[in-house]
Design a protein around this ligand. Structure first.
Ligand code: NAD
Length: 255
């Protein structure tokens, strides 16, 4: 399927590793022009020279705003913004959470998406195929035991995406949220280890519990997620906006 993304101008936040890196690589393979930011300098240095890279912590509003200006200048406009940056946040009971950890989780997972979106919109209005894809999580649809800051941030991402779809639809800008479930990689392993420890259960039990929420009983790869992003960003996805797209076979039911 030709996705017609050759020459598309794309910004992906946190593109040095993991899902963001897979999204960057997938856009590059389609012939898109890509810019990204991350805190991992070594990871950024491993990207091809054609990618505009900046070391930016997305919780630093000023630095993120400057990155958006420089990146869109380099790209000569913007067709797609992928708000991918996110951290797992703390695992713990509400009374044990530190306010700094809660604020940091919200700043990285949610507030950063407000900042990039505000900067992107004037440029996206001039695009023939404008879209924003906000990475949420299955935790943006369900409650998440002992991970309330992350779940609150990811539900916020869905609320932001749906509101932006309504606000920006008349300008021809589509906005969708992507909700990964269990993604193959280190991060998921660490999350399950932390949950197992907090609940006093084995890693295997934590994994089994997590898979009980999904109908696809396997890890999704970052590359598979990147495929969904490409589709949503492409003209093929032009009839899809305001959706919270689950990419884990979310059952929508308990048990
Ligand atoms: P990851 O931890 O593998 O990679 C995250 C990247 O973000 C790294 O390159 C890291 O350096 C960068 N980063 C971390 N903090 C940053 C900051 N403050 N500013 C800029 N860059 C920063 O994570 P991932 O699994 O690729 O997750 C990507 C997105 O997918 C996140 O929004 C995450 O919440 C979401 N998600 C992941 C999973 C999963 O199982 N991995 C599941 C659901 C949703």
């Amino acid at each position: 399927m030709d996705l017609n993304l050759t020459g598309a101008r794309v910004i992906v936040t946190a593109g040095a590793n993991g899902i963001g890196r897979a999204i960057v690589d997938a856009f590059l393979a389609e012939g898109a022009l890509v810019a990204t930011c991350d805190i991992d300098e070594a990871g950024l240095a491993s990207l091809p020279d054609t990618v505009f890279c900046a070391r930016v912590d997305v919780s630093d509003a000023e630095a993120l705003g400057s990155f958006m200006e420089a990146a869109t200048g380099y790209l000569g406009g913007l067709d797609c913004l992928v708000n991918n940056a996110g951290i797992a946040g703390p695992t713990g009971r509400i009374e044990d959470l530190k306010i700094e950890e809660i604020e940091q989780t919200l700043a990285i997972c949610l507030t950063s998406q407000f900042i990039t979106t505000a900067r992107a919109v004037p440029l996206l209005r001039a695009s023939e195929n404008a879209s924003i894809i906000n990475v949420s999580s299955l935790a943006g649809r369900l409650g998440f035991r002992l991970r309330s800051p992350y779940a609150a941030a990811k539900w916020g991402v869905v609320g932001l995406s749906k509101s932006m779809a309504i606000e920006l639809g008349p300008d021809g800008i589509r906005v969708n949220a992507l909700l990964p479930g269990l993604v193959a990689g280190d991060r998921q392993r660490k999350v399950l280890e932390a949950r197992a420890e907090a609940q006093g259960i084995s890693f295997e039990q934590a994994e089994t519990d997590a898979f009980s929420r999904t109908s696809i009983k396997d890890y999704v790869t970052p590359q598979q997620l990147a495929d969904q992003v490409l589709f949503l960003a492409s003209p093929r996805g032009k009839t899809i906006s305001g959706q919270a797209l689950s990419v884990c076979g979310d059952t929508g039911m308990l048990g």
